[in-house]
Design a protein around this ligand. Structure first.
Ligand SMILES: CC(C)(COP(=O)(O)OP(=O)(O)OC[C@H]1O[C@@H](n2cnc3c(N)ncnc32)[C@H](O)[C@@H]1OP(=O)(O)O)[C@@H](O)C(=O)NCCC(=O)NCCS
Length: 167
């Protein structure tokens, strides 16, 4: 869907104002159903990647107030399976805003709500690029970081970007 000219203008005038991490933080929860799973009853890796992309895009879109596209997804390891009947919980937040792109971190957990057990499955780092209504990369608002954790993520996102772009 193309953004309207009025909405794009509003986003342009807002793009110089800093936005806090909390304004775009996103949590997504889904029940893992049999159609999401392999023959062992574990969610398929591709399904997890799809959910990571959606949760990350929502956080990026909330920060940028623009249409965004996924430019890259860093290396992923799946540390623990998520079983049919578990909840899969995705927590996404913008780590750093650059010029026309943002890095979003997505942490994925499995949650067995009957046993009350939550396990970390993977952490993903994605780069989204904001687009104007002609489909060209467009400046994103700065990110305001406050807490120690937000400052650490901001710093680390800078290091990852260097490595990513040099590849
Ligand atoms: C992502 C895309 C818009 C970048 O276009 P481009 O013409 O290379 O744009 P630029 O060179 O001006 O770069 C724009 C931004 O993207 C970033 N970028 C480009 N390629 C990147 C990559 N592989 N990884 C991380 N960031 C990348 C640049 O660093 C720049 O960020 P900055 O302005 O914050 O410094 C373009 O390659 C594209 O449309 N790709 C397809 C996106 C898509 O459809 N994704 C869904 C899955 S196919």
């Amino acid at each position: 869907m193309k953004p309207s000219a009025a909405r794009t203008k509003r986003a342009e005038s807002d793009s110089s104002k800093g936005r806090p991490v909390s304004a775009s933080r996103t949590e997504m929860t889904e029940l893992v159903l049999p159609q999401d799973a392999n023959l062992l009853g574990n969610i398929l890796g591709g399904r997890v990647m799809h959910l990571i992309d959606i949760a990350g895009a929502i956080a990026a879109h909330r920060h940028c107030h623009r249409q965004v596209v996924t430019a890259s997804v860093d290396h992923l390891d799946f540390l623990n399976p998520v079983r049919v009947g578990d909840l899969i919980v995705l927590e996404a937040q913008v780590n750093r805003a650059f010029h026309t792109s943002v890095e979003v971190g997505v942490e994925v957990f499995s949650e067995d709500s009957l046993a009350g057990v939550r396990k970390h499955t993977t952490t993903a780092f994605l780069t989204f690029v904001a687009l104007d209504n002609l489909g060209n990369p467009s400046p994103v608002p700065p990110l305001t970081v406050k807490s120690r954790d937000e400052r650490r993520r901001y710093r680390e996102a800078g290091n990852r970007r260097e490595a990513r772009l040099s590849r």
